[in-house]
Design a protein around this ligand. Structure first.
Ligand code: URA
Length: 211
């Protein structure tokens, strides 16, 4: 239905997302769930990572064993500040990945993203980039982040979120049809404040306990 969008429907992902959506879920629990769900999402997204063989010695023998070919070539780019929760989970799985940050906030009146921070590792032309942000609402932030990132000419780019709106996906795809988008859910619609309905509220506020 949506080109270049993959919905990750693993039962554990869906279960944890439901717990995160619940209004009564505490900040500590929300944080823990976001870390756990991010590991599960990363597991799915990294299925096609290339492997190479390395000669290793076990206590009993030697063998040519498979190992990631490019662990250090991966860059996780967190869109601040809510992307931090996904980043933390993924780094538990892929600890050698490099990390970039893009600071964008939404003007609450126009919903237009404004950049306040941008830092990426070197050699971005050789790196596979995974951009993370829990929510694609209007899609403005995601579109702006990818636009900015493309100026640096990365080897490849994927985008990972938890919940996307139909409006956000269409907007994203109209600007970046070449960028695969992974999400755990596509919700119903956006409200007049640009929030996803039913959604989970403001992901940054829920992650950091702010209001
Ligand atoms: N950002 C969020 O954190 N939640 C929404 O519903 C929309 C944008």
């Amino acid at each position: 239905m949506y080109p270049n969008v993959t919905i990750i429907e693993h039962p554990l992902v869906q279960h944890k997302l439901t717990l995160m959506r619940r209004e009564q879920t505490s900040t500590a629990k929300f944080r823990q769930l976001l870390r756990e769900i991010s590991m599960l999402l990363a597991y799915e997204i990294t299925r096609d990572l290339p492997l190479r063989k390395e000669l290793i010695k076990t206590p009993l023998s030697t063998m040519e064993a498979p190992i990631l070919a490019s662990e250090k070539k991966m860059v996780i780019v967190s869109i601040m500040r809510a992307g931090q929760g996904i980043l933390d989970g993924i780094l538990e799985l892929i600890p050698s990945a490099r990390v970039g940050h893009i600071g964008l906030y939404r003007d609450p009146r126009t919903f237009i993203p404004i950049e306040y921070y941008f830092k990426l590792p070197d050699d971005i032309e050789e790196r596979e980039v995974l951009v993370v942000d829990p929510m694609i609402a209007t899609g403005n932030t995601a579109v702006a982040a990818i636009q900015r990132l493309k100026q640096t000419n990365p080897f490849s780019v994927k985008f990972l979120c938890l919940i996307a709106s139909p409006e956000g996906i269409k907007h994203f795809h109209s600007y970046h049809p070449d960028v695969p988008l992974y999400t755990a859910a596509i919700d119903d619609h956006l409200d007049e404040h640009g929030y996803i309905i039913p959604g989970l509220g403001d992901a940054g506020d829920r992650l950091f306990g702010t209001k």
